[in-house]
Ligand binder design. Structure first.
Ligand code: DAH
Length: 357
């Protein structure tokens, strides 16, 4: 056997015996590396006769290529083995329960806004918005509450510096959205407007900022029966009580005529409040037929179009439906309160799934 074939035999043996990438690399360096016996033999080619150089050179090359090919194949096999082992050890068990991390909650006011929007949405109402920084024209005058009107005193308004001769303020109710919506479009109108309102007040049932929902429907031949039907349907859906008794009690609001306050029946046993079917009543909202003066203020002829409006406090709805006792907690940002009273983002209100939780 020539020296070349001895080297080939040894190399094949070492390569085939290697059982890891590292051992394989060791064999490669030993038999194919720069200072390997094979390379040293190649270096002797220069001193050979041309004929001998040709045959011997070709022989070395064949063996070198053969060894390199075996190394490459084996290397690929080892690498595949490593990847497979990694995949096996790192496989993810999708059935494992997730690690508990703090989860955000939906604030009860946001939840109630979603619920009322879903209910009025099915009755064809769409959501309108207005600015929280208002002028006294939209907040008061256009709603038939002139300067020095006693109704202005009840509102404990936060006034801001005048702007361009206009008295500016933080809106005290969502009713100015009625004016802005009617001025922007043409009748018929069917809008609700949830949003923040501000009054200078602070006790167990009052916070300087709270939320209201305004409603407005303007069309031809609208009468009080439509108002009653719409509001009863809403309250029965919202509280998820089909036969919830609802009472309309006459009242005064400057922007509606006639006006009413709406009560729902309740019972109070040993201090515990239960909505629906009782001997007591709970005031829940104000409403009425839009005053002809308000319609004229926005350029609508009250002899052609009529309609109704309503307004309610959203925290109050949340407190009654979800048994929350202190209004002030709504805005204190206490994570423990949110954990208790907040909603999961999966509690999406739908008429199919039921609006009550
Ligand atoms: N804006 C009234 C308030 O804040 C609530 C209200 C009452 C709104 C009657 C209305 C309504 O649209 O018709 O006290």
């Amino acid at each position: 056997m020539t020296e070349l074939h001895i080297i080939e035999q040894q190399a094949l043996e070492k390569i085939n015996q290697s059982s890891s990438l590292a051992q394989l690399e060791e064999a490669r360096v030993e038999y194919l590396g720069k200072s390997s016996k094979l390379m040293n033999l190649m270096k002797t080619l220069g001193s050979m006769e041309p004929e001998q150089r040709k045959t011997f050179g070709a022989e070395i090359n064949i063996i070198k290529n053969k060894l390199q090919e075996i190394v490459d194949t084996k290397k690929a096999a080892f690498e595949l083995q490593i990847i497979n082992a990694k995949l096996m050890s790192e496989k993810i068990d999708v059935t494992l329960p997730s690690r508990s991390s703090p989860q955000g909650k939906i604030h009860p006011v946001s939840q109630v806004i979603d619920e009322v929007t879903a209910i009025f949405g099915t009755m064809g109402f769409s959501v309108a918005e207005g600015p929280e920084i208002e002028d006294d024209y939209h907040n008061f005058n256009a709603l038939n509450i002139p300067k020095n009107h006693p109704a202005r005193q009840n509102h404990d308004t936060f006034y801001l510096p005048n702007e361009g001769g206009n008295t500016m303020l933080l809106r005290t109710h969502t009713s100015p959205v009625q004016i802005r919506s009617m001025k922007l479009g043409k009748p018929p109108f069917r809008i609700i407007s949830p949003g923040r309102v501000y009054r200078c007040d602070w006790d167990i049932t009052h916070t300087p900022m709270f939320h209201q929902l305004e409603g407005l429907l303007i069309d031809k031949d609208i009468h009080m029966g439509h108002l009653k039907g719409c509001i009863m349907e809403f309250l029965q859906k919202f509280f998820a009580i089909d036969d919830l008794p609802v009472r309309f009690r006459s009242n005064f609001f400057p922007f509606t005529e006639p006006s009413a306050e709406v009560d729902i029946s309740c019972s109070r046993t040993q201090g515990e409040l239960k909505i629906g079917g009782g001997e007591d009543w709970l005031e829940i909202m104000g409403c009425g037929m839009v005053h002809p003066k308000v319609l004229r203020n926005v350029g609508i002829d009250p002899d052609v179009y009529q309609g109704f409006a309503f307004g309610m406090g959203l925290e109050r709805l949340a407190m009654l439906k979800y048994g929350i006792s202190d209004l002030r907690n709504f805005f204190e940002g206490d994570a423990r309160w949110m954990e208790h009273y907040g909603f999961s983002s999966f509690d999406i209100p739908s008429l199919v799934g039921g609006l009550a939780r």
